[in-house]
Design a binder for this molecule. Structure first.
Ligand code: PLP
Length: 227
């Protein structure tokens, strides 16, 4: 199937699940994950009305962001961000979803300020407590939120996670833990408006993620094909 057909299929599935849950379709934002894919693949999705794209690596993202600089595309950084790359990320991305330490948040804030920007960010949570994955521990979300809210040039939007790769039903508890974490930090005093988004759900599990409260899904393979 073409990118256009895949995209139409994904949008239909998102609309169906939202209808079943009594949520509006636009309560779920679709981020098309274009890592390893070409600018022409990005353009094909763009032509179909796709505006949010996700990239994992600074080096790879630079050329795509430059090639599409004339277009109203929102670029999301969804890969692990090293502190020494913060200066590039602060200039390039419309949203950075992978803040997982105070050190990274402070560096990014400094770089955002220097670039004259306020950057929307999310906290990445290592929700399955996996040694191989980045993200802060679930019990650090509250303190990290408080730190980020103190930084003038970062605008906290929510939480992001990539649970252990299992079947969707086996992943459900991780998605529901994310929703609970969000509730918990709100209960402990983080304003709801600062942590509205839940970015979770990939090609194989986005429907379960939406059932558990995802407001943003990040889909690569099901749109662009295998990597
Ligand atoms: C690659 C990637 C995705 C997309 O995964 P698919 O299985 O291709 O849909 C989403 N989020 C992150 C953080 C990724 O690295």
């Amino acid at each position: 199937m073409s990118i256009a057909e895949n995209l139409a299929q994904i949008r239909k599935r998102i609309a169906e699940i939202c209808a079943r849950l009594g949520r509006s379709t636009d309560s779920v934002r679709l981020v098309a994950v274009s890592k390893t894919k070409s600018v022409s693949d990005v353009m094909e999705a763009y032509t179909e009305g796709q505006r949010d794209f996700g990239e994992n690596y600074i080096q790879e993202a630079i050329s795509k962001i430059e090639a599409t600089a004339h277009l109203p595309i929102h670029w999301h950084m969804i890969g692990h961000l090293q502190t020494n790359k913060a200066k590039y990320a602060a200039k390039m991305f419309d949203m950075i979803q992978t803040i997982d330490s105070i050190k990274l948040a402070q560096e990014l804030d400094k770089r955002a300020k220097a670039a004259g920007r306020i950057i929307p960010v999310m906290i990445e949570v290592n929700v399955g407590d996996e040694a191989s994955k980045s993200g802060c521990a679930p019990d650090q979300v509250h303190s990290l939120s408080i730190e980020i809210l103190r930084l003038d040039s970062l605008d906290l939007k929510g939480l992001m996670a990539m649970p252990p790769y299992l079947s969707p039903e086996e992943e459900r508890p991780f998605f529901s833990l994310m929703a609970k974490l969000r509730e918990k930090v709100i209960a402990f005093g983080i304003p709801e408006s600062n942590i509205k988004e839940l970015s979770m759900g990939l090609s194989h599990d986005f429907e379960v993620a939406i059932e558990e409260g995802a407001t943003m899904v990040r889909i690569g393979t099901a749109i662009f094909g295998a990597r």
